[in-house]
Design a protein around this ligand. Structure first.
Ligand code: NOJ
Ligand code: CA
Length: 541
């Protein structure tokens, strides 16, 4: 692959900046902290770092409420510390991906301060303002993701403004060409500073129905679920008008792609498969990587994952690069969702499926969700809808580095409590243990680098029966077989699936040896990658 294809053969690692590494003792992670920990990413073997928002923000939604798109929040550092980070990231051969939040700003952004100041303000139409409904009240029934209506009344100017999230996060009006031009300049600002791409926040919601029609009730809603799910988001998500906007963003990003390296757009999209793949765009003028969150939402069993992987392969447009994600800062951690043992199998799945993998910080040491007592809750999602299990603090706790105070995360008081197991489960301790989750991640990543079939080979679904998920990855005559036992009992693999002269190239079970004597029987929750004798010698990638 050419250098241009780094996002096809690379692995993305997400850093939640508040929680990665604090450098100045204020208990909040920052850019200098990330810079100090780059060697961890190198030793892990990942290729790109995506950092959740680091821009000036009142932190109503921890950085996803941006008051200035072209600066750094003082809690995270300065533009100088950002430039230093870019330099050091690149010096290590890594790439840097920033979060781009186009749907909404903070209500403190000067654009919104202007917009709400008067109906005649030049920025009035940069946001979505509507008169009250004829009988009074919000203009329609749309709901905010974090609770309550998606509309807030502004008494000074007598209209409602739209916000898909908190009232402190007013939605920009992407139908306005001035907004589009201003946001393109934001992309250019960071591209000029050397960033290699963007993860684009809530992309599917950036355009709303021109007639502002009511959303219909969701027929699948079950009482007790998040009340936001009462309605189907027919008129405020995934409208056809989003596609040309994505194509425009892609053209801006492509202005900065050159023979040495392409810049990448990754989209946050929680959509059904047929809609998701539309975001690759016609003739590949859309996103390079529309996030595939299926491994987060799926039932954790072989059959549904097998079905989805086949459907995904079939639905991808020609030449499109697939991708897979196990977790992020909005979802319960994989080790808590499936349990510590199964989390090892999940790691093998993520790193052997065809497509660009994205890792969430801490998953490489098996970090789990941390229960946050009510009086320590930070996340507005939990504060607005308490006790429903919606809060995201549990998956945002500080990275566990070492046995030093506060796991080496900070010398001050961490902004969010650490997991109780930090003294034993941390990077330092796991680095010394060949049976650790960290050792498994490193082995799997190294294998993916060494074996072209895992990196860029085709995907061939196999039938293993029972609770074993099986597939082969094929590249220029090389064939590797992946076998994953999702069941709680040992599973014998059909002999026809095992290659001739089989060699176990990796197993989630540290006790497994390289050779296979007799029939291959997988332990409960065990996954293996099998090659032939000549796959043992690492190949260049
Ligand atoms: C998705 C982000 O991942 C989430 O953390 C945030 O709260 C919402 N978008 C709003 O920006
Ligand atoms: Ca700090």
């Amino acid at each position: 692959m050419s250098a241009d294809d780094w996002w096809k053969c690379g692995i993305v690692y997400q850093v939640y900046p508040r929680s990665f590494q604090d450098s100045n003792g204020d208990g909040i992670g920052d850019l200098d902290g990330i810079r100090a920990r780059l060697d961890h990413l190198v030793s892990l073997g990942v290729d790109a770092v995506w950092i959740s928002p680091i821009y000036p923000s009142p932190m109503a939604d921890f950085g996803y409420d941006i008051a200035d798109y072209c600066d750094i929040d003082p809690r995270f550092g300065t533009l100088d510390s950002f430039d230093a980070l870019v330099r050091e990231v690149h010096a290590r051969g890594l790439r840097l991906i920033l979060d781009f939040v186009p749907n909404h700003t903070s209500d403190r952004h000067p654009w919104f301060v202007g917009s709400r100041s008067a109906r005649g303000d030049p920025r009035r139409d940069w946001y979505i303002w509507r008169d009250p409904a004829p009988g009074g009240g919000p203009p329609n029934n749309w709901l905010g993701n974090f609770g309550g209506p998606a509309w807030t009344f502004d008494p000074a100017t007598g209209q409602y403004y739209a916000h898909s999230f908190l009232k402190e996060q007013p939605d920009l009006n992407w139908r306005n060409p001035e907004v589009r031009a201003a946001m393109h300049e934001v992309l250019r600002f960071w591209l000029r500073r050397g960033v290699d791409g963007f993860r684009v926040d809530v992309l599917s919601q950036i355009v709303k129905d021109a007639q502002f029609r009511d959303n219909p009730p969701n027929p699948d809603f079950v009482e007790g679920q998040d009340p936001f799910l009462r309605l189907t988001m027919l008129y405020n998500t995934d409208l056809p008008e989003v596609q040309p906007i994505v194509a425009e963003m892609r053209r801006v990003v492509d202005e900065f792609s050159d023979a040495r390296s392409s810049r990448v757009l990754i989209g946050e999209l929680y959509l059904p498969l047929e809609r998701l793949v539309a975001y690759y765009g016609l003739d590949a003028e859309g996103l390079q990587l529309p996030f595939n969150f299926q491994l987060i939402s799926t039932e954790w069993q072989a059959a549904p994952i097998d079905r989805f992987a086949r459907d995904y392969e079939a639905a991808l447009p020609p030449g499109a690069q697939p991708n897979w994600v196990l977790g992020n800062h909005d979802k319960s951690r994989i080790a808590s969702r499936v349990g510590p043992r199964m989390a090892r199998l999940a790691a093998m799945l993520l790193l052997t499926l065809r497509g660009t993998p994205t890792l969430y910080y801490g998953d490489e040491i098996g970090m789990t969700d941390v229960a946050i007592p009510a009086d320590e809750v930070q996340d507005p999602f939990e504060k607005n809808k308490p006790g429903m299990g919606l809060g995201r603090d549990p998956e945002r706790t500080p990275m566990q580095w070492s046995t030093a105070e506060h796991a080496g995360f900070t010398t001050g008081t961490p902004w969010l409590r650490l997991a109780a197991d930090w003294r034993t489960q941390n990077v330092e301790a796991q680095s010394r243990d060949p049976g650790s989750m960290l050792a498994l991640y490193k082995r799997l990543i190294a294998l993916r680098r060494a074996q072209p079939a895992l990196n860029r080979g085709s995907y061939e679904a196999l039938e293993a029966g029972g609770e074993v998920l099986a597939y082969a990855r094929n590249d220029e005559g090389q064939r590797l077989v992946v076998l994953l036992n999702f069941g709680p009992t040992p599973a014998q693999v059909p002999p026809a699936l095992v290659p001739g002269q089989p060699v176990v190239l990796a197993s989630t079970d540290p006790a497994r040896t390289e050779s296979i004597e007799g029939p291959l029987v997988l332990a409960p929750c065990e996954g293996v990658v099998i090659g032939s004798a000549d796959d043992k010698a690492p190949k260049a990638r």
